[in-house]
Design a protein around this ligand. Sequence first.
Ligand code: SF4
Ligand code: SF4
Length: 300
Amino acid sequence: MPSGIILDILRGSLHDGPGIRTTVFLKGCPLACLWCHNPESQASEPVLLYTEARCVRCGACATACARDVHSVSPRSHILDRSRCAVCGRCAAACPARALEIKGRTMTIAQVMTEVMPDIDYYRATDGGLTLSGGEPLLQVDFAAALLQAAREQGIHTALETCGWAPMAAFERVRPLVDLFLFDWKGSDSAQHAAQTGVPNEPILRNLDLLYRAGARIVLRCPLVPGVNDSEANLAGIAALSRSYYDLAGIEIMPYHHMGNEKARRSGQEPRLDRPDADAAVKTVWRERLCALGCREVIMT
Ligand code: SF4
Ligand code: SF4
């Protein structure tokens, strides 16, 4: 059985498909969205997170690290991440939980051990297991095996995807997925490339493939005020809802800036700093989408 690199496992999730779910976040993503709310998921390998607000400058990490990554003084703590081997010794030594390794290799059996305790909740609420990321199809062997293991236990399966993966990967997991949560981040391909790093045509081809094969799909559209909430993009979302009239819903995911702090913790500079989408903005989006003929709008 393949093993996978897991970013996190979230039990009791209410936002990644119907009912109460366990969401398994797989590491690695082929996109680099400006607004990414899980930037620590983008790298395929484990990463060291540092939360400055928790650090008490005790220097235990510097003592534990054999690679001189940490320079600690009473007033500052500087990390030279280029030297880090992500061994985790510093995190284990930190008394303040200011350091954490995100990303661990797990087997299917280990993941299922964390998924199974909530099986009664899944059954009572029509919930189940959701694979998310990152992009779960970057680890398609592991994803398929995990979906199969859930199916064997009678657990409902959902897969959240950015849509950027080989068609063969989608064809492989399609029979194992009860619900796809399929991202649609922008209707203009050049803007999509500028904002996510890839054009949108292959994503549309995969959406089309899944839809025509009869997959149940919720289209998930992140909207960022002033970035991708143009009239043209809203019209593009509405056009998709009309073309793919059997979609299970169009879910609008309003921007929030929580990803910026996570980016800093993983040693990245935030690439977008905007106020969160407020209630007034969401109302305008909903009204515009409805006026454009968009069906089944869900605002999260
Ligand atoms: S993870 Fe290992 S190599 Fe990296 S800073 Fe910590 S102790 Fe040093
Ligand atoms: S061990 Fe933790 S609290 Fe102490 S200096 Fe390092 S990060 Fe800060």
